[in-house]
Write a protein that binds this ligand. Structure first.
Ligand code: SF4
Ligand code: MG
Length: 314
């Protein structure tokens, strides 16, 4: 049984009286214990909204999210409390996600306090957590503004780990950081996963990072899943025109390969998710679009084991 099942989840936001902003539109996929599922797509494609639905920061408009087989919107108070310990989130912006008036000790220890740990134990645990993420006890009484971006994200990671979760949603955890510290943070997340058997949902717009960290990848476009497969399969046997364009944009370090690999341009900007057309959402930007693509919505279907694509041409 999967650890998390996302079933036909929609999250619409009302815009004025008539319009719906369809941030997430009929999305389904599973996450298995111990794996990392990468979610990629341009900004505004619904990745963060999806992540928030999976941790109950948003209630889905329809559809359901099951955690260990249980619908997370139907948890009793006690179950909700237990769920909060099992699932945590690391946020994109370590400048905004840490309360600037709280000390590091208060930030990292907040979850433990809420779950009723005694002060003495909190102090001990916070110290150990800081060491785990490469900081130390001298940092406990300091405030977030005294730290660099990379250090702040380490504090955010320590906070997420404090309640010993099983599943962590990492929402673009390195995109606000300097390139020089990105690799350190990614490698730390990988090590923590191995040591603790963590399961990750890793949201990013950078496909090279997702390739490095993920076992499986879900590609989103304008609120929908357009392709999903195991990482190897997705990068070696890319089928959806949108995924092809995204992958072709990854810079190639080997100059010989760079010559032969052609960058596929995507026309125009990502369209508005407000009242999107009921056909292929990629149609305006796709170089292979046909009349059928303008009339009929392509369903996500399995083309080989574990590889699903939503495109009429595939
Ligand atoms: Fe392009 Fe048509 Fe496939 Fe959409 S369904 S991605 S428009 S070929
Ligand atoms: Mg986002």
């Amino acid at each position: 049984q999967p650890l998390v099942q996302v079933k036909n989840v929609c999250k619409y936001f009302k815009v004025g009286k008539k319009a719906d902003l369809k941030a997430v539109d009929h999305v389904s996929f599973d996450v298995y214990k111990g794996e990392t599922v990468g979610v990629v797509g341009e900004s505004g494609c619904g990745k963060s909204t999806l992540g928030r639905c999976m941790i109950r920061l948003y209630e889905p408009t329809s559809g359901e999210v099951l955690y260990e087989g249980q619908d997370i919107t139907k948890l009793s108070r006690e179950e909700q409390k237990a769920f909060c310990k099992k699932v945590q989130m690391i946020f994109q912006n370590p400048y905004a996600s840490l309360n600037s008036r709280m000390t590091v000790k208060e930030i990292v220890g907040e979850g433990l306090k809420q779950h009723g740990y005694p002060n003495k134990e909190i102090e001990q645990r916070v110290q150990t957590l800081l060491e785990t993420v490469g900081l130390n006890k001298d940092h406990m009484s300091r405030f977030p503004h005294e730290f660099s971006g990379g250090q702040r994200q380490r504090i955010g990671i320590a906070r997420a780990l404090s309640v010993e979760p099983d599943f962590i949603i990492c929402d673009e955890p390195i995109s606000a950081l300097d390139v020089s510290v990105q690799a350190q943070v990614i490698n730390m997340l990988k090590e923590l996963q191995q040591e603790r058997g963590l399961t990750y949902l890793f949201i990013a717009h950078d496909l090279s990072v997702v390739k490095y960290i993920s076992d499986r990848v879900v590609v989103m476009y304008l609120g929908t899943v357009v392709e999903t497969a195991e990482t190897e399969e997705l990068y070696n046997n890319t089928l959806h025109p949108y995924t092809k364009a995204l992958i072709s944009a990854i810079p190639e370090a080997d100059p010989d390969k760079a010559k032969s690999s052609q960058r596929i341009p995507i026309k125009g900007e990502i369209p508005s998710p407000i009242n999107p057309p009921d056909c292929c959402r990629f149609v305006e930007r796709c170089q292979y679009a046909t009349d059928r693509c303008r009339k009929e919505k392509p369903e996500l279907r399995e083309v080989c084991p574990g590889h699903q694509v939503a495109c009429h041409l595939v």
